[in-house]
Ligand binder design. Structure first.
Ligand SMILES: *Cc1c(COP(=O)(O)O)cnc(C)c1O
Length: 464
C-alpha cells in the first residue's frame, strides 16, 4: 500500500483544503481567498512549510508541544502500543497497562492532594467532565441545590456547549445562544486592558476583581453555587497574568463560602508557567484540575481531570455509577504518548530547566520589547508572554478596530519566520519548553523586526 502524501504542490493542497476542509475558529471565506499555509514537518521548535520556509514556532503548536517536535521516544512508544493493543475500552470493568501506568505516573506528578484522573480526549471534554462531576459531588454531600458555576468573562475553557458556556468569550456566546443555564460570569483580572483607568494599583485591582466572586456568591446564595472555574493565567483571552493579590483572595473566598475551586490547567499545566502546575505558581490548592495540551505535547489527542481526594472520596463512596465517559477515555496510544511525554519532562528536568534558564532569558528578551513605540506593555511568566500593541505610548491609546493591527502583526511575524498569535491587538507567545537561549534571542529579534515592519506598514497606510 502506498500513501501519496506531500507530493502535491502548495497550490494543490490549498485548493483541496479550500474545497473540503472546514477549519475550526476560522472565517472560511476569508481563509479560502488567501489559501491556508501548509505545514509539512517540524523538528525541535522549528516548523517547515510546503515552500521550504523555516518558521520558529512561538506558540508550541496551539500551546501544547511542550517537549518540542520530533521526539522519537514518543513516536516509538505510540507505535509499540498500537502494535500490541491499538484499542480497548475502559468501560466494561476493564483497564489496560497504558492507561493504568499513565494514571499512576500523572497522579505522582500532580499536587499531593490529587490522586485520581478521569481521562478525556480534549480540554473541552475535561471541562464538560468538571461540569458533571462537581454537581455530583454536591449531591453526594447532601447539598443538591449547589448547582451554579461561576466563571469569568474572557475566560476560555473549550468549545463544547458546556465548556463554551463556562468560558466567557462574547462572540462564541452571541453566535450560539450561550451560556446554558447555571453559569454566571464575573470580571477578569486584566490590568492593562481594564484596570489602568480605575485609579487602583494592580494589586488593588486584583483584589477588587477577586471580590466580584464573593459578591456574586452572596447574591446567588452560597447554597446555590457549585464551583468557581478559572485558568491560572488566561491563555486564549490574551495571556492575562493576574496581579499577585488575585489568587490568594480567590482561594480564601472559595474556602469561606464552601464552593469548589477548579483551576483549568489545560495551558498552564505541564510546565508552562515555570512550575509543573499553574496552581503551584500561584500557590493555590484547587479541588479539580482539567488538563490536556501539554499532557501529551500534542503527539496524541488527550485530556483529563485531576481529582482531589476531597471530591473523589464522597463521589466514589456515594454516587454509584458516574454516568459519563467517552469511547476513547484512556485510549492506549494516547496514554502511551502521555507517559513517554511525562518521562521526557521528568528525566530531562524540563520544568526546572524552563524555570531556571529559559524563563529568565525570555523575560529579559521579551520585556526589552517594551521600549518599542508600538508596545504598551510586554509581560511574561515562565514561558508564556504577551505584547499589548498601542498606537501612541503616552496615553496608551489603542488602534481603531478596523485597522486590524494585531492580525497584520501576526501575518508580518510569520513572514519574518516567527509564529505569534494575535488576540485582538494583543500578541502572544508560548514556545516549547525546550527552546534554547539562542532560539529565545532569535525569537526576540524576529519579534522586534516584526514590530518595525508593522510600524512602517501602519505609517504608510496612515494609521499611525
Ligand atoms: C485549549 C483550552 C481548552 C480546550 O481544549 P481542547 O483540547 O481544544 O478542547 C480548555 N481550557 C483551556 C484553558 C484551553 O486553553
Amino acid at each position: 500500500m502506498t500513501l501519496h502524501r506531500n507530493i502535491r504542490t502548495t497550490a494543490e493542497y490549498q485548493a483541496i483544503d479550500a474545497a473540503h476542509h472546514w477549519h475550526p475558529f476560522t472565517d472560511t471565506k476569508d481563509l479560502n481567498a488567501k489559501g491556508a499555509r501548509v505545514i509539512v514537518k517540524a523538528e525541535g521548535v522549528w516548523l517547515t512549510d510546503s515552500e521550504g520556509a523555516r518558521i520558529l514556532d512561538g506558540m508550541a503548536g496551539l500551546w501544547c508541544v511542550n517537549v518540542g517536535y520530533g521526539r522519537e521516544e514518543i513516536v516509538e512508544a505510540v507505535a509499540r502500543q498500537m502494535r500490541e493493543l491499538p484499542y480497548y475500552n475502559t468501560f466494561f470493568q476493564c483497564t489496560h497497562p497504558a492507561a493504568a501506568e499513565f494514571a499512576e505516573a500523572l497522579c505522582a506528578q500532580a499536587p499531593a492532594h490529587m490522586n485520581r484522573v478521569f481521562f478525556t480526549n480534549s480540554g473541552s471534554e475535561a471541562n464538560d467532565t468538571v461540569f458533571r462531576l462537581a454537581r455530583v459531588y454536591w449531591d453526594c454531600m447532601g447539598k443538591p441545590s449547589k448547582k451554579i458555576f461561576i466563571a469569568r468573562r474572557n475566560g476560555y475553557h473549550g468549545s463544547t456547549v458546556a465548556a463554551a458556556s463556562l468560558g466567557g468569550m462574547a462572540p462564541m456566546h452571541a453566535q450560539s445562544g450561550l451560556p446554558i443555564e447555571g453559569v454566571r460570569h464575573i470580571g477578569q483580572p486584566y490590568w492593562f486592558g481594564e484596570g489602568r483607568d480605575s485609579g487602583m494599583t494592580p494589586e488593588e485591582f486584583g483584589l477588587a476583581r477577586a471580590r466580584e466572586l464573593e459578591a456574586m456568591i452572596d447574591e446567588l446564595g452560597a447554597d446555590n453555587v457549585c464551583a468557581f472555574v478559572a485558568e491560572p493565567i488566561q491563555g486564549a483571552g490574551g495571556v492575562v497574568i493576574p496581579p499577585d493579590s488575585y489568587w490568594p483572595e480567590i482561594q480564601r473566598i472559595c474556602r469561606e463560602r464552601d464552593i469548589l475551586l477548579v483551576a483549568d490547567e489545560v495551558i498552564c499545566g505541564f510546565g508552562r508557567t515555570g512550575a509543573w502546575w499553574g496552581s503551584e505558581t500561584f500557590g493555590i490548592e484547587p479541588d479539580l484540575m482539567p488538563i490536556a495540551k501539554g499532557m501529551t505535547s500534542g503527539y496524541q489527542p488527550m485530556g483529563g481531570v485531576l481529582i482531589s481526594d476531597r471530591v473523589a472520596g464522597p463521589v466514589i463512596d456515594k454516587a454509584g455509577e458516574f454516568f459519563h465517559g467517552f469511547t476513547y477515555s484512556g485510549h492506549p496510544a494516547a496514554a502511551a504518548a502521555g507517559l513517554a511525554n511525562l518521562r521526557i519532562m521528568q528525566e530531562e528536568r524540563l520544568v526546572e530547566r524552563a524555570a531556571r534558564i529559559a524563563a529568565p532569558r525570555l523575560a529579559q528578551v521579551w520585556r526589552a520589547l517594551a521600549d518599542h513605540p508600538l508596545v504598551g506593555e510586554a509581560r511574561c511568566r515562565g514561558l508564556v508572554g504577551a505584547l499589548e500593541l498601542v498606537r501612541s505610548k503616552p496615553d496608551m491609546a489603542r488602534f481603531p478596530e478596523h485597522v486590524g493591527a494585531g492580525a497584520l502583526c501576526r501575518d508580518l511575524s510569520v513572514r519574518n519566520g516567527l509564529v505569534m498569535r494575535a488576540v485582538g491587538d494583543t500578541m502572544i507567545i508560548a514556545p516549547p519548553l525546550v527552546i534554547s537561549e539562542d532560539e529565545i534571542d532569535e525569537l526576540g529579534a524576529r519579534a522586534r523586526r516584526t514590530l518595525d515592519d508593522l510600524a512602517e506598514r501602519l505609517e504608510r497606510e496612515g494609521a499611525l
